[in-house]
Design a protein around this ligand. Structure first.
Ligand SMILES: Cc1cc2nc3c(=O)[nH]c(=O)nc-3n(C[C@H](O)[C@H](O)[C@H](O)COP(=O)(O)OP(=O)(O)OC[C@H]3O[C@@H](n4cnc5c(N)ncnc54)[C@H](O)[C@@H]3O)c2cc1C
Length: 418
């Protein structure tokens, strides 16, 4: 399962001490991409701390939840993507001490380093939704935010013959909270609505978000509002899911514009977009943002991706405190910045490459249609595909999502070639 639970603070025994020039915490999208690019640039003596022996292409989970891809297509052996010559420490990081230039692991390994790249992703905080953790994957309640649960979403969509299909988006405005790929909770709502339309089922689709708008970038918001109108999806803003009662099949929302008030909605199936945050060992480390919206995430300069306190530390990916949408596409633009700036620092120079907040969200809106939303820190559309209008729902973009992007991920990005 990709969505890691907290590992707690297991006592650390001094079992083994190792030292590497560069240590990367997390061997997911960001960690592997950085390791591959550093290796290609001739940097040696790198170690990756990564507990999982599986690597997941998470963007496919939306299509798994919609029944057009198999979960197994999203997973490969992690070992195949650790670049040659890089040491894989297969363990959880549990403590980072940037003063001592040391990372401790759950099994008691002490990993000293000259330079550190922090990229352990985010964890889902299921305890924030009363009753959710115990019922996921049962009673019509699921999420695409986990490898083993995305197939359940598809099962529950198929089982819903009438009634209400409810889809939720968490409160990402709460300091320290986020959700990776903020478009994913609505993508699955569109796919489900299209499925109910194609099969002629009288199912009412409701999309309830804790935010105030459907999508943060006005240009794309307009297109998506049109998609909701087409399907008759009811969009509820300022609705934060706080509890589920699986026996009554009722979801309880806090109404963000009416403090203290709640509202119950009955459902036949429920897809939950979980509130997510940085892992505990990051939140509790000296590298964490001390306050503000990014509290608990890795504190880095939003352009150079370097720690403002420790010049030998960089952060990227979902765990980094960057005010942009957390996606693999963002990582693709962040990784070369980290690699360049890290090498600059190794050579006693200042970071000289800047990340502009680029992110992209391939918003599938129907079986066979997709809008490619690309934007930056200013929420300004930043299209990268030449000659075509990717703001429109398109079949070629759907093909890109289903076939092109996974191929690019496994063969180019993780190999340090894109
Ligand atoms: C349903 C869904 C749909 C998505 N759709 C898209 C999309 O369409 N387009 C897109 O670009 N992105 C999408 N994403 C987001 C994308 O997958 C992430 O933004 C991306 O994987 C972030 O990379 P990362 O390396 O920061 O985190 P991850 O890839 O999650 O990797 C983090 C790694 O850190 C490891 N780790 C965890 N704890 C520890 C620890 N204590 N010590 C060491 N290692 C640890 C984990 O095992 C994991 O391998 C989607 C995600 C989901 C869940």
């Amino acid at each position: 399962m990709q969505t890691y639970t907290e590992v707690g603070s297991a006592p650390i025994k001094a079992r083994e001490t190792v030292r590497h020039r560069v240590v990367i915490v997390g061997g997911g999208t960001a960690g592997i991409t950085v390791a591959a690019q550093l290796t290609r640039k001739g940097i040696h003596d790198i170690a990756i701390i990564e507990p999982s022996d599986k690597h997941y292409y998470q963007p496919l989970w939306t299509l798994v939840g919609a029944g057009v891809a198999k979960a197994e297509q999203s997973v490969r052996e992690e070992g195949r993507f650790i670049p040659k010559g890089v040491r894989w420490i297969q363990d959880y990081a549990v403590e980072i001490d940037p003063e001592q230039q040391l990372v401790c692991t759950r099994n008691g390994t002490r990993v000293h380093h000259d330079f550190l790249v922090v990229a352990p992703g985010v964890v889902s905080d299921w305890d924030k939704i009363a009753g959710a953790a115990d019922t996921l994957g049962r009673n019509g309640i699921s999420t695409n935010y986990a490898y083993n649960l995305a197939p359940k979403t598809w099962e529950f969509i198929q089982q819903t013959k009438e009634g209400v299909a409810l889809f939720t988006m968490p409160n990402t405005a709460e300091p320290g909270y986020t959700i990776k790929c903020g478009g994913a909770p609505q993508k699955i709502a569109y796919m489900a609505a299209d499925y109910f339309r194609m099969t002629g089922r009288p199912v009412k689709v409701i999309y309830a978000t804790a935010g105030g708008v459907l999508f943060g970038v006005p240009e794309f918001c307009k297109v998506l509002e049109g998609v909701c109108d087409r399907y008759g999806i009811e969009v509820l803003t300022k609705h934060e899911l706080i509890a589920v009662d699986p026996s009554r099949k009722v979801a309880t929302f806090a109404l963000k514009d009416k403090p203290g008030e709640t509202r119950e909605i009955e459902f036949d199936m429920l897809h939950i977009g979980p509130p997510q945050r940085a892992p505990k060992f990051v939140r509790e480390s000296p590298l964490a943002h001390p306050d503000g919206a990014m509290v608990g995430f890795v504190n880095v300069d939003i352009h150079t991706l370097q720690s403002p306190v420790y010049c030998n530390v960089f952060g990227l990916g979902d765990a980094a405190g960057l005010p942009t949408s957390r996606t693999g596409a963002a990582v693709r633009k962040q990784a070369p910045v980290v690699v360049n700036n890290l090498i600059q620092v190794m050579n006693g120079k200042e970071p000289n490459k800047r990340y502009n907040g680029y992110t992209s969200c391939p918003l599938v809106t129907a079986y066979g249609r997709m809008v490619l939303a690309e934007f930056d820190y200013e929420n300004k559309p930043t299209p990268t595909v030449p000659f075509i209008n990717t703001c429109k729902e398109r079949f070629d973009m759907w093909l890109l999502k289903k076939y092109g992007l996974p191929w690019m991920y496994w063969n180019l990005m993780l190999r340090g070639r894109a």
